[in-house]
Ligand binder design. Structure first.
Ligand SMILES: [Zn+2]
Length: 96
């Protein structure tokens, strides 16, 4: 019984030491920063890949179906190395 009470007090003390909302925000912030870092490094790889394609004279051509990637797509996403259909197929196969 005494141990139980002591445990209860300790838990309250620990919770009291934090502003729970700040703590939750910090955890969320760290998670989204990690997520952003992950996305950025993926983007960097994709950009390097697109630059490599440019060096090889393949830039603007889909690496899967070898058709020309529409200029509109490259304007929105210059690092694209696949047309919309092939990219969708690629993402579906990579996700499974
Ligand atoms: Zn394609």
């Amino acid at each position: 019984m005494a141990e139980r009470e002591e445990f209860g007090v300790r838990v309250v003390d620990v919770i009291g030491a934090f502003d729970i909302l700040d703590w939750a925000n910090a955890v969320e912030g760290r998670d989204s920063a990690m997520l952003r870092a992950e996305v950025l490094s993926e983007n960097q790889l994709q950009i390097e890949h697109a630059m490599q394609r440019a060096v090889e004279g393949q830039y603007g051509w889909c690496e899967d179906c070898e058709r020309q990637i529409p200029g509109e797509r490259l304007k929105v996403w210059p690092e694209a190395t696949r047309c919309v259909e092939c990219q969708r197929r690629y993402e579906l196969s990579a996700g499974s």
